[in-house]
Design a protein around this ligand. Structure first.
Ligand code: NAD
Length: 510
């Protein structure tokens, strides 16, 4: 299949999209040229005012129609599965499900309320009132990663669109097909032209968006996030950066160990470990470490890995392929380093599978120490390290030493104790006795601290990021006649009497 952006000259760089599970060539996608980025921006700028003028209710209706089309489009699901190599269960049960839930939330009452104009009554100048308006920035550039071609690509456009912006989406060069299919659905539904456009390409296209858009919503690595943040800083445009992490799971001695082990393995190996808020490291109290490790090992050994999910009806796999080839090199490097320094392979360890599909055995590492690469650097692949700690305090110290702070979980039968510990973790969100659920609770903000980024997704907080604020200060309806008198007292020429009154007032009131 060749997916051509209209008007693309043949000489432009082409993205060859290969199915990770089979090695088959899925499509050749021409990258957007600088002229196409410029033309798309112009179209977006022309279309945005009418989209804004529709108002939140009508915009919400349009976005709900698109969400239903995404839900019902088997071609989109097939594309999503094919270009990532993930199990169909994860494509439908995570990416599509999330897109529907997020759309439901933002296009419903909560979203409309978050965008509403507010009135503020000043204490001091009670004759005035302030109207606080929330307006779209204009054209938002959304730059996405390859691990969630729908959830972190189109779904990240829902809030900026709902806020009245036009959006230019640049999906990852490894997985642009799902986003292109969403753009086709947008067109097929007859939704306003130019409001949502997809621009495939490599980093240059992302850079072009940073150079031209009115705001950037970036999801990706810390390294690229720094470059994007720097460029947006230079241009003084708002930016949201959702970056990587090394999210911990702390298992205390009184935890329900079978439940914690199941969660560790799920959050470690779902999406082949290519999940930003996955459990990147487990810190377990030494009194229960052996038993917990054995339970995790049994869970890992039971995982069914394969190329399922390419056709409908094959949900009988748990772990799919590796979407992005460099993740295999990273997994090998981290396992090699850990084993050389004394870690033990408790399950898996067979490495990459020969053949045309890109598969890597889910691998559980025990006896991991904090100095090993796998305990410090983001893995973002199917390797899960277990570290023994003396107690909760040691776990907390190791966790908070990290330069990133994205997510985490605490496991204990004593919820008050778990909560107290969770509150001391320096991370954007923490689950108690659960994992990954912070991503699906779309009512609450989710984002990173430290090098994990700036800003949030989800909740009213995220929606409002896509608005600029404008305050209009005006007279209260009944105080219009007082205003000129007060102005006369406050403005030129200055009067000693006014100063005396001000002094008296400051002493009395403050
Ligand atoms: P990446 O930083 O390599 O690329 C992300 C996107 O940025 C791609 O579309 C890429 O083409 C584009 N890009 C590259 N250079 C650019 C530049 N100079 N200017 C603008 N755009 C540029 O990241 P990736 O490998 O695609 O994704 C994996 C990373 O994403 C992991 O670190 C993971 O933790 C993180 N991630 C974070 C979240 C979150 O919510 N915090 C979610 C998913 C993934």
């Amino acid at each position: 299949m060749t997916v051509s952006a209209p008007g693309t000259p043949a000489a432009l760089p082409t993205l060859s999209i290969v199915a990770p599970a089979t090695g088959a060539l899925l499509a050749e996608v021409p990258a957007a040229s600088p002229a196409e980025v410029a033309a798309a921006l112009e179209r977006a700028q022309r279309a945005q005012p009418a989209w804004e003028a529709l108002g939140p209710r009508a915009r919400g209706q349009a976005l709900r129609r698109l969400a239903r089309a995404i839900r019902d489009d088997e071609r989109l699901t097939d594309t999503l599965v094919a270009e990532t190599g993930k199990p169909r269960y994860e494509a439908v049960g995570m990416e599509i499900f999330y897109t529907l839930e997020l759309t439901r939330y933002y296009t419903g009452r909560a979203g409309r309320r978050a965008l509403r104009e507010e009135q503020r009554r000043p204490f001091l100048f009670a004759i005035k009132r302030a109207r606080v308006r929330r307006l779209p920035h204009g054209v938002v550039g959304v730059i996405g990663p390859w691990n969630w071609p729908l959830l972190n690509n189109y779904a990240d456009c829902v809030a900026p669109l709902m806020a009245g912006n036009a959006v230019l989406l640049k999906p990852s060069e490894a997985t642009p097909l799902t986003s292109l299919r969403v753009a086709e659905l947008w067109k097929e539904l007859g939704l306003p032209e130019g409001v949502f456009q997809v621009l495939p390409g490599r980093g240059e296209v992302g850079q072009a968006l940073c150079d031209r858009c009115d705001m950037i919503f970036f999801t990706g690595s810390v390294k690229t996030g720094r470059q994007v943040g720097a460029r947006c800083g230079e241009r003084m445009i708002p930016v949201v950066l959702e970056l990587g992490g090394k999210s911990p799971m702390i298992v205390l001695g009184d935890a329900d160990l079978p439940r914690a082990a199941r969660a560790a393995v799920w959050s470690g190996f779902a999406n082949s470990g290519q999940v930003c808020i996955r459990t990147e490291r487990v810190l377990v109290e030494e009194s229960v470490a052996e038993r917990f490790t054995a339970l995790c090992a049994a869970e890992v050994k039971a995982l069914r890995q394969g190329a399922g999910g390419v056709a409908a009806g094959d949900q009988d796999i748990d772990v799919g392929a590796i979407t992005f080839a460099p993740q295999i090199d990273n997994a090998e490097k981290q396992i090699g380093d850990a084993v050389a320094r004394g870690a033990r392979v408790a399950a898996g360890g067979d490495g990459r599978r020969p053949g045309s599909g890109r598969f890597f055995a889910p691998t559980l590492l025990a006896d991991v120490s904090p100095d090993m690469l796998v305990a410090r650097e983001e893995t973002f692949g199917p390797v899960l390290p277990i570290l023994r700690v003396r107690d909760a305090e040691e776990a907390l110290r190791l966790v908070n030493e990290s330069p990133t702070g994205l997510s985490g979980s605490v496991w204990s039968a004593d919820v008050a104790r778990a909560r107290a510990l969770a509150q001391r973790i320096v991370a954007g969100s923490v689950c108690i006795n659960d994992v990954l659920m912070n991503y699906f609770v779309v009512e609450a903000p989710l984002g990173g601290v430290k090098a994990s980024g700036l800003g949030v997704r989800h909740g009213p907080e995220a929606l409002r990021q896509f608005c600029r604020l404008q305050t209009i200060v005006e007279d209260q309806p009944l105080s219009g006649r007082l205003s000129p008198l007060i102005q006369k007292q406050l403005m030129f020429p200055y009067r000693p009497r006014t100063l005396r009154v001000l002094r008296w007032f400051m002493r009395r009131v403050y």
